[in-house]
Design a protein around this ligand. Structure first.
Ligand code: GTP
Ligand code: MG
Length: 196
């Protein structure tokens, strides 16, 4: 259960993030996949993280403190086509700096829109995480957009694709920020990692 969530700071510099003295969980994935919406759903506060129908809304590293004891982080999306190469490179650098250097990052949640077949950019990103031994889990988003059968089919197909890369699969969760699917599972997942 989350009792309290509060915005702390937005910045573009890993060094300016809050002191790495508590467990931290960050959300990443393609622009528009629903990172900011998921944070709001988890903490039960619409508008805490900024959401937009336009991709590319979140452009900074945004820290939120939960129950004064752990951090949630909203990151910019990757793979947004309508920005210049130089901005894209700046984002990539920001994101990779954060991921590789944030010592209290207990788990990175990689968000994937459950409606789509595996996309190269996500598979490459996940491969990069594996190569760099970054602890991560996958959350399929926007589950409300599919019926039960298609949902199971898509999650299954993705899992098959990931099995080609690794023998051991990462943790896989399913969410909908619209109807709250996955909220309890994601919070329990975090609480379990906090304890370990
Ligand atoms: P960037 O910050 O631009 O990278 O995007 P983001 O990943 O933070 O996505 P955001 O939370 O801003 O949501 C993008 C759009 O998808 C918004 O219009 C949301 O309302 C919608 N959306 C997010 N999650 C869900 C969901 O679970 N179900 C449905 N139906 N729509 C969602
Ligand atoms: Mg966002």
């Amino acid at each position: 259960m989350i009792k309290q969530a509060r915005f702390l700071i937005s910045n573009t510099d890993v060094k300016k993030c809050p002191a790495p003295d508590r467990p931290e969980y960050a959300f990443i994935g393609r622009s528009n996949v629903g990172k900011s919406s998921l944070i709001n759903m988890l903490v039960g506060q619409n508008g805490l993280a900024k959401v937009s129908v336009r991709p590319g809304k979140t452009q900074l590293i945004n820290h939120f403190i939960i129950d004064e004891s752990w951090y949630l982080v909203d990151l910019p999306g990757y793979g947004y086509a309508k920005i210049s190469i130089s901005v894209k490179e700046k984002f990539q650098k920001l994101i990779s700096n954060y991921i590789l250097n944030r010592e209290n990052l207990y788990c990175l949640f990689v968000l994937i829109d459950v409606r789509h077949a595996p996309q190269q950019i996500d598979v490459e990103f996940i491969t990069w995480l594996g190569e760099n031994q970054v602890p991560f889990a996958i959350i399929f988003t926007k589950a409300d957009k599919l019926g039960k059968v298609s949902l199971a089919k898509n999650v299954g197909a993705y899992t098959q694709e990931l099995k080609k890369l690794w023998e051991e699969l990462p943790s896989i969760l399913v969410s909908s920020s619209l109807d709250g699917t996955g909220r309890d599972e994601i919070i329990s997942f975090i609480e379990n990692v906090n304890k370990s």
